[in-house]
Design a protein around this ligand. Sequence first.
Ligand code: FE
Ligand code: MN
Length: 343
Amino acid sequence: MSKKQILNNSEVDPNKILPMNYPWARAHYKTGVSNNWVPEEVSMQLDVEMWKKKGSRGLSDDERKMILYNLGFFSTAESLTANNIVLAIYRHITNPECRQYLLRQAYEEAIHTDTFIYISDTLGLDPNEIYNMYKTIPSIKEKDDFVIEMTKSVFDRDFKTKGVENIQKFVHDLVGYYVIMEGIFFYAGFAMMLSLLRHNKMVGVGEQFQFILRDETVHLAFGSDLINTIVEENPEIWSSEFKKDLVLKVKKGVELEKKYAYEALPRGILGLRPEAIEQYLEYVADRRLDRIGLLLEYKTANPFPWMSEIMDMRKEKNFFETRVTEYRTGGQLDWDEENNTPL
Ligand code: FE
Ligand code: MN
């Protein structure tokens, strides 16, 4: 077995997945597969009716604006994420079980991209409007620009992960994508769309966001494990200066996401105030910092305990179970993590 080193390991054979070094990567892959879904499973009929209805039985102007903002952000953000995995991260992570997960994640991002095509088509939205919002809406553009800027060095064709400084750059990219993009920039949108779902509005879109949230939870867990492993294997990169920079970037991300939330929802809607979204983002950011071994920054209480309930839902009787079990018929392979062999 090659020595445990995820970056710059010349002994790794990317075609030889067994025996494995990183059982967590395998575990996330299996979770991803058992969460399989496609957007067409969710009926959009009630959404189409509600979207077209005018007056008090339909949606308010504020709700409509909020929905459009989130569709605008997510419709292009999913492709941005997919491109980063395939073009920047995959190249440098040669470990085969991590690559297997990255391929799975890339597929899930394709499913998410497809979800927004499906929503646009069924609601009859103008694609030129939705797919240009990342350029025309300042608070969306700022979020995307921030992530692109943060990950610039790794997109350089000549970038190599050799040396302390370059490993730091790589971890900095991973924090930009996994922690800030997928872990913070998606969360005001999740809270908004799932709050609508709780009030029985746009239930199809809400259910799609619920599926996406479940996938993103796993992406985030993989990204955090990847970051933690690189840090563990290269402790010299984890200087107080580097940590300070990462915390600064997370805080900047939180500010941009708050700005986005206020623009999407300036007055609030039933059961959802922009101030509460602000608090929620602080709470979420603390969870992200903690997951990668950084100190909590905000210590804000969770204003939306129902969000955690939605995330835990798959353990209970609910729509996830009825749908997801259909995909489990392929038979789960039991894995002995100690020996990296099938049981
Ligand atoms: Fe996604
Ligand atoms: Mn993702």
